[in-house]
Every structure is written in C-alpha cells, then in structure tokens.
Design a protein around this ligand. Structure first.
Ligand code: BG6
Length: 457
C-alpha cells in the first residue's frame, strides 16, 4: 500500500474560461477567445466556442456538492478578469456575488478553493492596447490581483497568479494556437518578461494586502531529456531548460533571472526591455509554493542545421522522437510517469525543497463516448492506470524527501479546451452536451474517491 503524507490535497483543476459559460453576459466583457471565435469560428473544433463551456455559472452548486463524492478535498479554478473587471477598473458586483458564493459553497463542502488569476484569458480591451506586449499590462494585472485579494481574501487562502505562462507566450507568439497567433521570437520573450513582472507585482500586492494564506504560480515545467550525452545535445538540453524551465522557476522561487538565460537571449538579440527597478522587485517577491502541471516529457536534440541567430526555439533545440516511448493512443502524447520523480528531485535539490504540488496531471481521450457502458458510465480503466503509474513515481519522490503536498487531476468535469473544444476529454465526470450538460461520474471518479479516502492505494 502506498500512503501519502497527512493532509495531502486530492482534487482537480479547471479554469473560468473553460467552464463558466455565459461568456458575454452577466456583465462579463469579451476576452481574446470570445473575439477570436467571433472572427474565425471555423478554427474551433466542431465550431464550439467559449459560450459552449460546461455552464458552471449556473451549475456550480450541483458541481461543488458532487466534489466530495469523488474524494476531492480541494479544487483549483480561476477568476475571469473580464468578468470581475469588465473594463479593467469597474467592479462587476454580480461577478463578486457569483465568485463569493462559489468559493463559500466549496468551503461548506470541505473543499479548499485554490484560486488562480489568469488562465490564458486576456481581456479584449487590454489586447487592443497590445496585451502582454505593452508594459502597462503589468499595472493592470496588479490592480486586478489587488481587487481579487480584497474581494475574496477572507474565503480564499491559496492563490496562484498564472497558469502555465509559457503556454500563452508560445501559443500566442510562436505556434499560433492562441490569439494573436503571430510568429515572433523577440515579441514572445517580451511578452514572457511582462508576464513575469505581472506575476511579481501581483505577489507584491498580496504581501502588501496583509492577507493570510499563500501565493504561488502554476508552471508546466520539467527538466528536458536529451537524446544523448554529446556536447551538442547537452547544449540543446540546456537551452530548452533555460527557456522553458528555469526562466520562470528561478525568478519566482529564487528571486533571480539566470545569468545563462540572459547570455542566451543576448547572443540571439532577443533581450527584452526592462525597467531599472525590476531586479529588486523580482528578488523581493518570491512565492510560497509552486504548482507543476505535468502531461508529457520534453525530449530534445541538437538542431540539424545551425544558424547565427535563433529565430525560433527550434534553432536552439529540436524535439526528438524517443524510440522507446509509450504513447497515449487516445491523444498521441507520450506517457512517462518517471518525470514526476525527476521534478520532485529538481524541486528538492535546485529549489530549496519549496512546497509544491502536482497541479495538473491527466489523460486526454478523443471520442471518449465510445467507452460508455449501458449504464451511461465511461469505463476509463486506462485513466486509473495512468494516475496510478504517476502516483507511484510521485510517491518515490516524496519518500526521497521532496516536499509535495498534493495531486490534482485535470479535470473535474469534462471541459472545453480552446481550439480543441471538447475533442479530448479528461474529466472524472463526463458531460452530456446534448442533454442539459448532464454530468455522470466515470469509473475513474469512483476510483479517485477510494484513493482519497485511503490517502493512497
Ligand atoms: C493544460 C491546460 O495544459 O492542457 C488546459 O492548462 C488544457 O487549459 C489542457 O485544457 C488539455 O489540453 P488539450 O489540448 O488536450 O485539450
């Protein structure tokens, strides 16, 4: 029997823009997702846009009541910036009431709310001013964070600033999966820098507010795995780690931007504009904990062709198809559970054993309705096996001394996922879009309840 530490968090994660619905009503203003859908609905799987999410705005009471039924003692979601502050300054009182009741309902059911501030949902009014490209976004975000701490700080004791900042940076400015869908490495670095400073200033607001509780950030980071020990492959691995892992972990936990990252950016004419006081702000506003989202490893090799100045990350490292890899046949991603042990050791050895938790881990399955039994329940044994394998390696990391305090799956109820719509399902509950968003527990949800009750398996 594998046992986890006392008071371990068992739960799930989701986000406001992927679950709430009512995306252009009840006082909420548009985000880039609403606007992009309006302009190009054909880009979205089955033409399903942000208004088609799982209707949590109306169904949160039922959803929260069901959380303990699958063993959840904690739940992460986000606040919608564009709902709380539709024009960036004016408070939407209906949103305050909605979120207060949502979080209070969780507390009433002994579910700890973990509340994130930004999950890829840039308000449209700010995007029109340049979004994260514009330094002004840092102050706007700090104002939003301060407002959220004031309005909900009595109910919420665990906060995070950003979910996977690398994703809105690279998907928006390199790989064209998020608005504004442009390809510009230098802008991507500037957007990344402003995101970091927005995070830092939100932490400063939290400390200044005198709120009790803790604040962190949710990152999709792990050490890259190189094809070989050749000098070229190791150099590629270092570049991948600097750009994708240490770029956010070092400043948020250790309070410094790595010198080697600055050199790498300088050598490639990618340095961002900075303000003189930034380094001091970064040093003073480190986090209390880290959330790690982990789905699949990053395997890298030296690029086939060398260039003088990198214009894409692939000029510094290329992804490598590891021949021994095990694949999730329903999503195409690699399954490599040992990475959770490697992350655990990285947090212990490189980041002064800061408290951290697995803030997302999960198995996406396309067309999952095919696994539905006659009783309407999805028989997702593959997801139970996936979780077990990952928890085994996580447990080894905890036994080796890593300070991990929880495990959250992505996700609770199947949710809408950006351009992918409902293509890949991840939930402990399924949702029937043709039948009033009816939720039905999956086999994995029943298993998760036993896992949580036994604090292990
Ligand atoms: C996570 C994101 O990385 O991946 C979520 O935090 C997203 O927002 C999830 O929905 C699943 O992605 P996909 O592409 O498989 O639907």
């Amino acid at each position: 029997m594998i046992k986890f530490p006392d008071n371990f968090l068992w739960g799930a994660a989701a986000s406001a823009p992927q679950t709430e619905g009512h995306s252009l009503t009840n006082g909420k203003s548009a985000t880039t997702w609403d606007e992009w859908f309006e302009q190009n609905p054909e880009k979205f799987n089955h033409g399903q846009g942000p208004q088609d999410t799982s209707n949590v705005y109306e169904m949160y009471k039922e959803d929260v009541a069901n959380m303990p039924r699958v063993g959840m003692n904690s739940y992460r979601t986000s606040i919608s910036w564009a709902r709380l502050l539709p024009d960036g300054r004016t408070l939407n009182q209906e949103a305050v009431e909605f979120y207060r009741d949502y979080f209070q309902t969780m507390l009433d059911h002994n579910v700890e709310p973990i509340v994130n501030l930004f999950h890829f949902d840039m308000p449209w009014w700010l995007m029109k001013e340049g979004g994260w490209e514009n330094r002004k976004s840092v102050d706007d975000f700090a104002f939003y964070a301060k407002t959220a701490f004031e309005q909900f700080g009595d109910l919420v004791k665990t906060w995070s600033t950003f979910n996977e900042p690398l994703v809105h940076i690279e998907c928006g400015y390199l790989y064209q999966f998020h608005y504004p869908a442009i390809v510009d490495f230098k802008k991507a670095v500037q957007v990344g820098y402003h995101t970091l400073m927005a995070h830092v200033c939100a932490v400063r607001e939290f400390r200044n507010s005198g709120a009790d509780g803790k604040i962190g950030i949710i990152l999709n980071v792990l050490p890259a795995y190189s094809r070989s020990d050749s000098a070229e492959d190791i150099k590629a691995k270092e570049a991948a780690d600097l750009l994708n892992t240490y770029s956010f972990l070092d400043p948020t936990v250790l309070g410094v931007i790595p010198e080697k990252l600055i050199t790498l950016l300088k050598d490639n004419d990618l340095l961002p504009y900075v303000d003189a006081a930034d380094n001091e702000l970064i040093a003073k506003n480190t986090v209390d904990y880290i959330g790690i989202n982990y789905y699949q490893p990053r395997r890298v090799k030296a690029p086939d062709n060398s260039v003088k100045k990198a214009r894409m990350p692939s000029d510094l490292y290329e992804s490598y198809d590891w021949p021994d890899k095990k694949i999730n046949p329903y999503r195409g991603w690699e399954i490599y559970p040992k990475a959770l042990y490697d992350v655990a050791m990285m947090m212990k050895d490189q980041y002064h054993n800061i408290p951290w938790f697995v803030s997302e881990n999960g198995m996406g399955v396309a067309d999952e309705q095919r696994f539905m039994g006659d009783d309407g329940m999805i028989d997702d044994q593959y997801r139970i096996d996936f979780m077990k394998e990952h928890l085994e390696w996580l447990h080894k990391g905890i036994e080796a001394g890593s300070n991990c305090f929880g495990y959250h799956v992505w996700t609770y109820v199947d949710c809408w996922s950006w351009l992918n719509g409902y293509r890949n399902r991840y939930g402990l509950y399924s949702v029937d879009l043709d039948n009033g968003f009816k939720r039905t527990v999956k086999k994995s949800g029943l298993w998760f309840k036993q896992l949580s009750d036994n604090n292990g398996f």
